[in-house]
Design a binder for this molecule. Structure first.
Ligand SMILES: [Cu+2]
Length: 139
């Protein structure tokens, strides 16, 4: 009796893991990577893909220095623009939480976008990085 209960539990756990794996595989993300001036890497990951206009899209930003160490003490200022036309200000916040800078973006139009990020750190010069987004689709 006890054995069969354990068995059921094991099956449930297997089933849950399987479901999570499948959901994880189908939920598309949009990662975009760029380099920092010291040779480090910056990556932004949007929680959906393809990116849709007029949709709240959570994102995370990770910054690593040239030794692969995570940069945790930065204040980020974001500016979302379109490279080919002037757009109204679009400045989502990105706040350090759970090992990444996290925020929510809304692209107000379909087309190519840029995420300009100003990285301010207590002991370093301000750095500007740009993530290029090839296409945001219409909703
Ligand atoms: Cu536009």
């Amino acid at each position: 009796m006890k054995n069969s209960l354990i068995n059921v539990k094991a099956q449930l756990i297997t089933l849950t893991l399987l479901c999570c794996t499948i959901i994880g595989a189908t939920a598309a993300e949009t990662p975009i990577e760029t380099e920092m001036t010291d040779g480090g890497k910056a990556i932004i990951v949007f929680a959906s893909g393809p990116l849709q206009a007029m949709t709240e899209i959570p994102f995370t930003i990770e910054l690593k220095n040239n030794t692969g160490e995570m940069i945790k003490d930065a204040e980020l200022t974001l500016d979302l623009t379109m490279p080919f036309m002037p757009m109204p200000p679009n400045n989502p916040k990105a706040v350090w939480q759970d090992n990444a800078y996290r925020g929510t973006a809304i692209f107000t139009m379909a087309g190519a976008w840029q995420v300009n990020v100003e990285v301010n750190r207590p002991e370093a010069e301000t750095e500007k990085i740009i993530f290029d987004i090839e296409m945001v689709t219409m909703k």
